[in-house]
Design a protein around this ligand. Structure first.
Ligand code: ZN
Length: 77
C-alpha cells in the first residue's frame, strides 16, 4: 500500500525526522547527548532514571536525530 500525499516512499520514522528537521537546536542537542560510552551504550538512554546506560548505541533517538540532520541539510540545499 502506497502512502498518499508523499513525494517519496519513506519509512515512517523519517516522517518524524522531517518534523524535527527545522528544529535545529533540538536535534543538535540530541546528537550531542546521545553519544556512546566506553561499552558502546548510549549515555542518554538510561534505564528508568537509574543513570545506567541500557540502550545499545546508536539508539533510536540518535538515529532519528541523524535523519533530521540529513533531512535538514537536504532541505536547506
Ligand atoms: Zn540514546
Amino acid at each position: 500500500m502506497v502512502p498518499r500525499g508523499e513525494k517519496r516512499s519513506r519509512p515512517r520514522a523519517s516522517a518524524f525526522a522531517d518534523e524535527l528537521a527545522p528544529m535545529v537546536g533540538v536535534w543538535l542537542r540530541l546528537l550531542n547527548a546521545h553519544v556512546p560510552d566506553a561499552s558502546g551504550r548510549c549515555r542518554a538512554c538510561t534505564a528508568g532514571g537509574t543513570g545506567v546506560p541500557s540502550e545499545p548505541w546508536p539508539c533510536v533517538i540518535r538515529g532519528m536525530a541523524e535523519l533530521a540532520r540529513i533531512s535538514h541539510s537536504a532541505g536547506a540545499a
